[in-house]
Design a protein around this ligand. Structure first.
Ligand code: GLU
Length: 484
């Protein structure tokens, strides 16, 4: 580590999913580590809560980070470390603070404290400060908040934030059962890991004066602090896992590209300037400055993210696009029988689809008509396209032409004969192609129709038109019967 190298850290508490807010924190920390010569970002899994200590959750964190492009083998990456491995150090530091007189043991129960105070908001009253209690069962260790104050936190994003000591009680650093509290463990680990910059969510700002006091009590200079703005939904409410889609994994499953996601997350509170928005990671890193991050809440605009993703998808090389679609096409969830999938046919349809999908999962409804035995017909589309007097005659006219063995089965010819069939019924091409589209693909919207028919081939197209015609005729007959 050189004098100027910075050491940031990303310190998630495992929860079984990777929150988009966590992803943004990781990226900001990662940008800072990457732009500093010799800089590092430490991954520290804060796993001291027993219920959170599941190895698969840690794997999930590493996997999600690597999806975002933060790889454990990158020279700027360090870890993962586990908070639980530092338990000895947490205890030792607590003892050190006690020995220095900066912390004291307390045997007050919550009820006792409350009974002594008329205002429960005031917190602990310092009853045990000078009782000189030795450690023992049922005794918690409290930090002795210095008289006077205030503690001033110089936050890189928010500027100077003052905390009056009257509002900071002598807080517990080790519970009466011997387990250290977050405020202590988090500081001890940051000390051990030589962290120079703490960049984390705004919800931790209230812990910061306590943590800064701990650094000072240990005779150390506190790190640079930066608290990132809260992320809100459309109703301007803080993103919550009950209400909002917050798991990075959900976006991954829908087919957001990691590079689009990274780009979008970087803009939650920061911007590269000059109204630029779409920018690859490598160009953002040298421009990123934590001091430029905005302190006001950042709106997570899923629509905008989707639009970003569409842009990123359109700019992929075709071969890359095809490869990235693969998981949606060949995984068990694809709606067609696996053996129906044909890579060559997909490679031909892919250029038509690439400009139309905003997320990769959208590829499936766009191309399913090619791989399903029968198209999945959407009722609303069917009703709309098969209006009486249009559906049946149009399908009949199209069928007559499509089944002509001499017809060249190509896009231009198919368009010409459909247009001609429509003209015979007084229909413009737009109207005329709707029944054909629904018969063949099951929907009223989709890829360009005549290219689709060419790809599907004569035999299957004709079979679908025949089947649709039968269905439409049967419906008309039923309708007529009910009217008489
Ligand atoms: N484990 C804490 C959290 O996930 C991180 C705190 C920090 O970054 O200091 O909120």
């Amino acid at each position: 580590m050189t004098e100027t190298s910075i050491r940031t850290r990303f310190a998630p508490s495992p929860t079984g999913m990777f929150h988009v807010g966590g992803a943004r924190s990781a990226l900001f920390n990662w940008a800072m580590a990457q732009q500093s010569p010799g800089g590092r970002m430490v991954l520290r899994v804060e796993d001291t809560d027993e219920a959170r200590n599941k190895p698969e959750w840690t794997d999930g964190i590493v996997r999600a980070m690597s999806w975002l492009g933060i790889h454990t083998d990158d020279p700027a990456f360090e870890g993962p470390y586990f908070q639980s491995d530092y338990a000895g150090k947490h205890r030792e530091t607590a003892e050190e603070l006690h020995a220095k007189g900066r912390a004291y043991y307390c045997d007050c129960s919550g009820e006792q404290v409350q009974a002594r105070r008329d205002n429960p908001n005031l917190g602990y009253d310092g009853f045990c400060r000078d009782r000189g209690l030795e450690p023992g069962p049922g005794r918690a260790l409290r930090f002795r908040v210095p008289e006077g104050g205030p503690t001033v936190v110089e936050d890189r994003i928010r500027g100077r934030v003052e905390f009056d000591h009257a509002s900071i009680e002598d807080f517990v650093i080790v519970r009466s059962n011997g387990s250290p509290l977050f405020v202590l463990a988090n500081v001890v680990d940051d000390v051990e890991m030589d962290i120079t910059h703490v960049v984390r969510g705004e919800e931790h700002l209230s812990n910061t004066p306590k943590q800064q006091l701990l650094w000072e009590a240990l005779g150390l200079r506190a790190p640079v602090w930066a608290h990132l703005p809260v992320i809100v939904n459309e109703q301007r409410k803080k993103l919550s896992k009950r209400r909002d889609k917050v798991a990075l994994e959900s976006y991954q499953e829908e087919g957001y590209l990691p590079e689009a996601m990274v780009n979008y997350l970087m803009l939650l509170g920061w911007a590269p300037g000059d109204d630029r928005e779409i920018m690859p990671w490598t160009q953002m890193v040298p421009l990123f400055d934590i001091a430029d991050v905005n302190s006001s809440s950042a709106f997570f605009d899923e629509k905008k993210l989707r639009a970003f993703n569409g842009d990123y998808i359109r700019s992929l090389e075709l071969a890359d696009f095809i490869e990235r679609c693969e998981p949606w096409l060949t995984a068990g969830e694809a709606p067609w029988p696996a053996e129906n999938f044909d890579r060559e046919v997909f490679a031909r349809v892919a250029p038509l689809a690439q400009s139309r999908v905003a997320v990769l999962a959208d590829i499936v409804p766009n191309v399913d008509f090619l791989f399903l035995d029968e198209p999945e017909t959407d009722d609303k589309s069917w009703k709309k396209a098969m209006k009486p007097g249009i559906g049946v005659p149009m399908l009949e006219a199209a069928l007559e032409r499509f089944s002509d063995e001499g017809l060249s089965w190509d896009t231009d010819t198919l368009k010409a004969v459909t247009e001609e069939a429509g003209a015979g019924l007084g229909l413009k091409l737009g109207k005329a192609q709707a029944p054909v589209r629904v018969a063949v693909t099951g929907r009223t919207v989709g890829l360009p129709l005549f290219e689709s028919l060419e790809l599907l081939g004569r035999e299957r197209t004709v079979a679908r038109v025949v089947a649709a015609l039968e269905k439409a005729r049967a419906e008309e007959a039923a309708e007529a019967a009910s009217e008489t």
